[in-house]
Write a protein of this length. Sequence first.
Length: 255
Amino acid sequence: MNPAEYENLLRAEERMWWFDGMRDILFRLLHPHAAALSGARMLEVGCGTGYNARLLEDRYRCAVTALDLSAPALRHCRRRGLNSVVRGNLASLPFRSHSFDAAMALDVLVYFPPGSEHTAMRELARVVRPGGLVVVRVAALNWLRSRHSSFVGEVQRFTRSSLLASARAAALSPLRCTYANSLLLPLAAFKFRIWEPLTRAQPESGVTMPPAWLNHSFRAALRAEAAWIASGRHLPCGQSLVMIARTPAGDGLPL
């Protein structure tokens, strides 16, 4: 990811509607597994500034290992008080097989060239114990690429079928896989496919705090999606995809 984005994250990831709302969706999806995640050994790959890792530790009282390829990102993690911070690459994780009860990669696979995400998915599966969880979130639908996509260095986006195919190629069993950030899709389509090309917008971060009223309105849209997803239903299209999968049970105890 573009190193310049870390400062934007520090300013916005606590209160900006997208981060707040997508965390709500993620935690609703994880809720059925909350008891098993309590006290678990968890890996977050592509941890960025460490904000999510701290939330996971606080929410589940689990031990999170935060891994990122960026040295500046890991400095932010240490400032947040994370105890286990590792520099490494998802393409070849520096851990023994079955080292964790769960592994999470939020918006990381989009930086892998098409086809190489299978290697990354296999690595996530490898380091998780039998019957453990692998949690993946990715940007969805190539036609939604934007100036923000270019700014952060995004290489590809996914469909539900392509993400599920990658998971199954890694011998993972998907439990839930749904699109998200769906209600705002018409606005996104107008902005990314009409407005940005029309104005010849240059690559620029989209991680900026909007006016309070707009932040609240967009947050309400994601809150509604979170409630829908928590009821066990999926969204058929959206700007993101979230998947929870299980590693082969083997001799281990399933989550």
